[in-house]
Design a protein around this ligand. Structure first.
Ligand code: 5AD
Ligand code: SF4
Length: 459
């Protein structure tokens, strides 16, 4: 067994898990990633079940891989992630040629499962929730490519929104101890990483052992990470409004390396729908947090997730969501049509919204969000922005590409040695999905704190 092909669906947590699977199997079995499934000895599918027809997508993909297995009976096929967790043994029944089924919490057992499958030629299914175990069994992270990295700091979710499979597939909340996270971040920064995004399904519910006495929350973890020399930018995603406490809000004001952007999903602007979603927050409490964050960090921008067409959503409820968008002026958000998910309480709710209405609402909402994103981009013209240079631009290798603090892609002409550095550029042009800029020769040293030029106006 020499080669591995991996396909990943879904969220950043899944991307992170896939990276760790590759690292794990490289360490345990010396496997090397190939980009052609036909050239692989092991095929892995890391699945996501958050929205629409996720299971169908998995079975379709497995259907494409089946002939490879028929041609090469030694090929091992594994399915991991949330669909695996949700389907368990059912997956084996529908796709008997699958050898390994593992959940998001058991990926660290992959090398042992692989050995067992190779030795016994019997399928291996392990979709437990063995908290604590996963992170203790992952190897130290080897060479990084690029100045940006993700670090999972907590797993699972205890919120049980009625539409969401996450608490069912990823399990209850579990936070990694702070010293482990700090060690991982230090090691990444030592390898040239300059920006860290802390990941968790409900990341601001983080409460981890401090290493001294007791536990502390995300604000304290951010403060400790911000002290690591060479770490220039911190982000965290994704958050629930109720877990955004005053300490975390204050951290946005006091930690300059914390990016001036927060993804704070609201889902709906109608209290009636929020209640049916079991979100446990109201529009007013959400707006209050937004105001406090803006007071702490005036240049902060917000993005959100929205669900349209949740059962029972009327025209008035949808109008309330549009009002909330106007009030907050979100930038670059994600929006989805509600899709019923297996095992979730919302399945029992009456008054399903017709598909055509969902589509119409989604188009209206996305049109407004895109218009706001363009307004923000226009307002950035002529401002100076901190950009972390990720490497040469994909379109034109003579150009560099990077990300602003508010998470926008920027392209500009500059020497290749700037890759991995934080620079100051002036925004010169807006494109549909990116910005163009001019670099005037300024590098940002690790401890520089620039006044950010973009003032936010509440509509
Ligand atoms: N239908 C539509 N969107 C969903 N999301 C989660 N579950 C569903 C569902 N059943 C969206 C939410 C969440 C994001 C990650 O995916 O907006 O914040
Ligand atoms: Fe799902 Fe997020 Fe709600 Fe948790 S807080 S149940 S992950 S939508």
């Amino acid at each position: 067994m020499h080669t591995l092909y991996i396909k990943t669906y879904g969220c950043q947590m899944n991307e992170y898990d896939s990276t760790r699977m590759v690292e794990l199997l490289a360490a345990s079995h010396g496997l090397r990633v190939v980009d052609d499934p036909a050239a692989a000895d092991l095929l892995l599918l890391n699945t996501c079940s958050i929205r629409e027809k996720a299971e169908d997508k998995v079975y379709t993909q497995l259907g494409f891989w089946r002939p490879l297995k028929e041609r090469n009976p030694d090929l091992i096929i594994g399915v991991g992630g949330c669909v695996a967790s949700q389907e368990g043994m059912r997956l084996r029944r529908r796709a008997p040629f699958v050898d390994l089924v593992f959940g998001p919490q058991t990926l660290h057992r992959l090398p042992d499962m692989l050995d067992a499958a190779l030795a016994s030629r019997q399928p291996q299914v392990d979709v437990d929730f063995p908290f604590l175990e996963k992170f203790d069994h992952l190897p130290e992270r080897p060479g990084q490519n690029g100045p940006s990295a993700f670090v999972t700091i907590m797993e699972g979710c205890d919120k049980f929104c009625t539409f969401c499979v996450v608490p069912h597939t990823r399990g209850r909340e579990y936070s990694r101890p702070m010293p482990d996270i700090i060690r991982e971040v230090r090691s990444l920064v030592g390898q040239g990483v300059r920006e860290i995004t802390l990941l968790g399904q409900n990341v601001n519910a983080y409460r981890g052992a401090t290493g001294l006495i007791g536990e502390a929350g995300l604000a304290e973890l951010l403060e400790r990470l911000a002290r690591i020399p060479g770490l220039l930018r911190l982000r965290y995603t994704t958050s629930h409004p109720n877990d955004l406490d005053d300490a975390l809000i204050a951290a946005h004001g006091s930690i300059p390396t914390l990016a001036p952007h927060l993804h704070l999903p609201v889902q709906s602007g109608s209290d009636r729908i929020l209640k049916r979603m079991h979100r446990k927050h109201q529009v007013a409490s959400y707006l209050e947090k937004i105001d406090k964050l803006r007071a702490a960090r005036p240049d902060i921008r917000f993005s959100s997730d929205f669900i349209v067409g949740f059962p029972g959503e009327t025209d008035a409820d949808f109008a309330a969501t549009m009002d909330l968008i106007a009030a907050v002026r979100f930038d670059q958000s994600y929006s989805f049509k509600y899709s019923p998910r297996p095992g979730t309480p919302a399945l029992k709710l009456k008054d399903a919204v017709p598909e055509a209405v969902k589509e119409e609402r989604l188009a209206i909402l996305q049109g407004r969000i895109n218009a706001l994103a363009q307004e923000y981009a226009q307002a950035m013209l002529g401002t100076r922005q901190e950009v972390l240079v990720t490497g040469p631009s994909r379109r034109d290798a003579r150009e560099l590409t990077g990300k602003t603090g508010c998470n926008r892609s920027v392209n500009f002409a500059g020497p290749a040695v700037l890759s991995g550095q934080m620079v100051l550029v002036e925004i010169t042009e807006t494109m549909p999905n990116s910005l163009r800029a001019r670099w005037s020769g300024d590098l940002l040293p690790a401890d520089a704190v620039e006044p950010r030029g973009f003032a936010h106006a509440r509509a």
